[in-house]
Every structure is written in structure tokens, then in C-alpha cells.
Design a protein around this ligand. Structure first.
Ligand code: FAD
Ligand code: NAD
Length: 468
């Protein structure tokens, strides 16, 4: 039996990053992945392919709507959906190869097959051809990720009623896509197809899009996505979905108890994801999941109740985000090495890659109200920036929330061009516990979108924004 210092189960951003860091720290490391390619949900059916499609659809949208204003004439743009999907697949395979290269470079042994516990120190790897082998690990890291959730009364057939995985490899552009759940996946993939010309209807249980983010963000995003011709059924609870031939019928009830019926040709169900531990045989290791299917870990070490077994990423509590999984991957490897790493969970940024993008870090206004913290708010619209006007990306704003007494920045919420990259400034500032005054006194290059952050900080400190 091969023996390792560290065995990682699952090769998503949590698992493969943990394997690399373990190897860097001198541990003999193995990684087990049930699929033939490495990278997990994020690389294969999540972050990367969705961003590839978002970028393609944004190019198309710009060609149709904005090129002319820039003085560029290209004739009537057309979409070749097969080519668009093929490009996406190329992006994914390039990065699959990149992770395989990193495994080799770091001398991590890769096992392709389903990992299932035999005991607290051994894992059986069952390959696709049915053969199996057992490997031993002094430390075992569970990084098995998550899968889409569904409602019991919605028959996901993966053809007409689909999940994000199928929405990333469509063979045609839907005529009318009904999106159940206007959260992150709904907003991103809904906007891909809306930009490519589909009618998109969002059916959302909450009273806004992306309801867990600051309310201003949901409201502004809805305004922008509505410009693509999308319909919104907010505060609507889905009661059924069915298919007949190429038609999908979704029924939902609003807060007054009235029922609506929406007919389309595809329905994307994206109402959240569940931790994935199927086939892992946790019981053999002395482990079980909680009532939400998660593996319980101790906050100080990310160790489960069984000594030497750790869990990270989507399979444990907290935000289901790739960069959170990566931080935990590094954290566990360093903990095993006897170091004292630290993760600041309250400053993990959240990003929605629509256009305009939405990005946030720290507390929302609602969080501060709920916690009874006195705060000041400063906002600045992108339409007042030279850079935004020059590029025709005028939508959105930066909203800064700072402590009313100390001026410390408590939350930054951005909707606008390149918000995904802009948020890094806020993360750094907040890690160093900067005040709004601090940022407002730092030079921001002109003309850049970052000036909106400085102006919002000026607005938060005695309403002294210069350009608004
Ligand atoms: P995963 O990436 O889910 O990887 C788990 C791996 O474990 C999988 O490869 C699985 O096959 C393997 N596995 C499971 N069980 C076993 C077993 N028993 N034996 C062997 N292998 C096993 N997050 C962001 O931060 N930014 C984004 O832009 C973003 N976009 C997304 C878009 C979509 C459409 C989706 C669905 C998700 C997106 N996410 C995004 C979320 C992100 O993908 C996850 O948070 C992230 O992948 C979690 O990483 P992980 O390592 O915990 O698990
Ligand atoms: P989500 O939690 O973001 O959104 C689900 C939405 O569905 C919510 O708005 C919720 O109110 C709604 N909903 C739930 N039940 C419903 C019902 N019965 N009827 C109507 N609406 C209902 O989940 P998601 O969009 O499926 O994404 C799953 C996970 O993947 C998220 O945790 C997210 O963090 C991650 N993800 C991240 C990114 C990113 O970082 N850009 C992109 C995609 C996915």
C-alpha cells in the first residue's frame, strides 16, 4: 500500500491548492479525483467556463449595441453558438493541462478514481474500469465540493429543465429562458443568454436579485439586466415546472397568493448548491454530515472530529467561493505543518461577473442595521467619471459604509465596469483597518475607475466628493 503524509480527496480550487501547498511544505502528497480532468467544479463547470461565456456574450452585445457609437462598423454581428462553446471548452482544457503540470512540478501523485474511506487513515480509489487500490494518509483532506440543489417537484431532465452545467454547453440559444433563482448563477448565466438574444424571465423567491448582497446592488443590477429585455417575477415562489416536447411551463405564486404561468423553451434551475459527499463512505472514518449535508470542522484548525482528517471548501460551512476554498486549502496544509495560519472570513470578497460587474466586501447596510452599528454612507456614480464616459461604461456606483464614530471602513459595494478587480483595493484597505479618510487622501490615477472609490470615501467623510 502506498503511504502519503497528505491525501487530498477532490481536485477543485480547495483540493489542488492544498496539495500544492502541502508539497511545498515537504509533505509526500497525493490527490484523488473521480473525473479524468483536474480542477473541480470551478474549472470544469463553474467559474472559468461561465466567465468565458460571459466574455463572449459581452463582446457580442458590444458589437451589436456599442460599436457604432465608437465609429466601428462591422456589419450585422451573428452568434455561432457552437464556436462560442468550443472556445469555452478550449479555455477549460488549457487550464486542465495547467493544473496537471502543477501537480507534476510539485511531485503530487494523482489518482484518478472515486475516493472512499476504508478507515480513518486509508482511502480506496475505485477507477473507471472498476479496479481499485487502497492508499494510506497520515493526514486526509476532504475537498469534495458541491452539486446543484433542486426542489423535489422540479423534474430536472438536463435537456429542457437544466442546471448550470448544461447551461454552459447549450447547442442553441434559447428563445425564452426561464431562470428559477436570481442569485449569482441566475444573474450570470441569465445575462449570458439575454445578451445573446434570448428572452429571459427570472423567478425569484426574494424581493430582489442577488438578495444576499447589499440591497442597492440588487436594485441597480436589476435595472441593468432589465435593459436587456428581461422580465422579473420577484417575491414569487415556484410551485411547478413541466415539459411537453420543446415547451417548458413554470408556475409560481406571488406574495398575494396569485399564480402566474410562464412558458419558455428552457428552464435553468439555480437555487443554490449542496455540499457533496456521495460515495465518500464517511462512516468508515467515523464521520457524518450535519443536517445541511456539510462536514463539521473546528474553526481553529479545519479539522473534523476525527484527528488527522480535515475538510475545506464548499463541503464545509461558509461562502461557496473558489477563493475561500483556496484560502482554506493553504490554511490546512500550513496547520498540518505546525504553522499558525489565519483566514479573515469577514473580508472574503464576493463578485458577480455580469456587466456591469457587482463586487462587495464586508458588511451590507442591512448587516450594520441588524447589528445596531452607527454608520455613515458615501456613494459615487460612475457616470460622473471621465474614464467611464470615455469607455461608455457609465452604469453603476461605489458605496462605502464607514463607522460613524471611528470612520473605519466597514463595507464596500460596487456595481460597475471592472468592479471585480476594483474590490481588491477595498479588501487591502479593510485588512489594514483603513478609515474612509485614509483612502480619500491617497492618490488614485486619473482617469481610472478607481477614482470612484476615492470619491465615495470623500462622500463618506463629510460629503466632500469633488466630482458629484
Ligand atoms: P469543487 O470545485 O466542487 O471540487 C470538488 C472536486 O472533488 C470535484 O472535482 C469532484 O469531482 C471531486 N470529488 C467529489 N467527490 C469525490 C470523491 N469521493 N473522490 C474523488 N473526487 C471527488 N466561485 C467563485 O469564487 N467565482 C466564480 O466566478 C464562480 N463561478 C461559479 C459558476 C458556476 C456556474 C458554479 C456552479 C460555481 C461557481 N463558483 C464560483 C463556485 C466555485 O465553483 C466553488 O466555490 C468551488 O469550485 C469550490 O471548490 P472546492 O474545491 O470546494 O470544490
Ligand atoms: P444563490 O444562493 O446565489 O442563489 C439562489 C437564489 O435562488 C437565491 O436568490 C434564492 O432566494 C433563490 N431561491 C431559492 N429557492 C427558490 C425557490 N423555491 N423559488 C425561487 N427562487 C428561489 O445560488 P446559486 O446562484 O445557485 O449559486 C450557488 C453557489 O455557487 C453560490 O453559493 C455562489 O456563491 C456560487 N457561485 C459563485 C459565483 C461567483 O462567485 N461569481 C458564480 C456562480 C456561483
Amino acid at each position: 500500500m502506498q503511504e502519503f503524509d497528505v491525501v487530498v480527496i477532490g481536485s477543485g480550487p480547495g483540493g489542488y491548492v492544498s496539495a500544492i501547498r502541502s508539497a511545498q511544505l515537504g509533505f509526500k502528497t497525493a490527490i484523488i479525483e473521480k473525473y479524468s480532468v483536474l480542477g473541480g467544479t470551478c474549472l470544469n463547470v463553474g467559474c472559468i467556463p461561465s466567465k468565458a461565456l460571459l466574455d463572449s456574450s459581452e463582446h457580442f452585445h458590444n458589437a451589436v449595441h456599442n460599436f457604432e457609437a465608437h465609429g466601428i462598423s462591422v456589419g450585422k454581428p451573428k452568434v455561432d453558438i457552437a464556436k462560442l462553446i468550443e472556445r469555452k471548452a478550449g479555455v477549460v482544457s488549457k487550464l486542465n493541462a495547467g493544473i496537471s503540470y502543477l501537480m507534476k512540478k510539485n511531485k503530487v501523485t494523482v489518482f484518478n478514481g472515486l475516493g472512499s474511506f476504508e478507515s480513518a487513515k486509508t482511502v480506496k480509489v475505485t477507477k473507471e474500469d472498476g479496479s481499485s487500490e487502497i492508499i494510506a494518509g497520515k493526514n486526509i483532506i476532504i475537498a469534495t465540493g458541491s452539486k446543484p440543489t433542486n426542489l423535489p417537484f422540479i423534474p430536472v431532465d438536463k435537456k429542457r429543465i437544466i442546471t448550470s452545467t448544461e447551461a454552459l454547453k447549450m447547442s442553441e440559444i434559447p428563445k425564452h429562458l426561464i431562470v428559477i433563482g436570481a442569485g449569482v448563477i441566475g444573474a450570470e448565466l441569465g445575462s449570458v443568454y439575454a445578451r445573446l438574444g434570448a428572452k429571459v424571465s427570472f423567478v425569484e423567491f426574494a424581493d430582489s436579485m442577488i438578495p444576499t448582497m447589499d440591497k442597492t446592488m440588487g436594485k441597480e443590477l436589476q435595472k441593468e439586466i432589465a435593459k436587456l429585455g428581461a422580465d422579473f417575477y420577484l417575491s414569487h415562489k415556484v410551485s411547478s415546472a413541466s415539459t411537453t416536447g420543446k415547451e417548458v411551463v413554470v408556475k409560481a405564486t406571488n406574495s398575494k397568493g396569485e399564480e402566474v404561468e410562464i412558458k419558455g423553451d428552457y428552464c435553468l434551475v439555480c437555487i443554490g448548491r449542496r455540499p457533496y459527499t456521495d460515495g465518500l463512505n464517511l462512516a468508515a472514518a467515523g464521520l457524518a454530515t450535519d443536517e445541511r449535508g456539510r462536514i463539521d470542522v473546528d474553526d481553529h484548525t479545519l479539522q473534523t472530529k476525527v484527528s488527522g482528517i480535515y475538510a475545506i471548501g464548499d463541503v464545509v460551512r461558509g461562502a461557496m467561493l473558489a477563493h475561500k476554498a483556496e484560502e482554506e486549502g493553504v490554511f490546512v496544509a500550513e496547520t498540518i505543518a505546525g504553522q499558525k495560519p489565519h483566514i479573515n472570513y469577514s473580508l472574503i470578497p464576493g463578485v458577480v461577473y455580469t456587466w456591469p460587474e457587482v463586487a462587495a466586501v464586508g458588511a451590507t447596510e442591512q448587516d450594520l442595521k441588524n447589528a445596531g452599528i452607527a454608520y455613515k454612507e458615501g456613494s459615487f456614480p460612475f457616470k460622473a467619471l471621465g474614464r467611464s464616459i470615455a469607455s461608455m461604461d457609465e452604469a453603476g456606483l461605489v458605496k462605502v459604509l464607514a463607522d460613524a464614530n471611528t470612520d473605519e471602513i466597514l463595507g464596500v459595494h460596487i456595481i460597475g465596469a471592472r468592479a471585480a478587480d476594483l474590490i481588491a483595493e477595498a479588501v487591502v484597505a479593510m485588512e489594514y483597518r483603513a478609515s474612509a479618510e485614509d483612502i480619500s487622501r491617497m492618490s488614485h490615477a486619473h482617469p481610472t475607475y478607481t477614482e470612484a472609490i476615492k470619491e465615495a470615501c470623500l462622500a463618506a467623510t463629510a460629503k466632500r466628493a469633488i466630482h458629484a
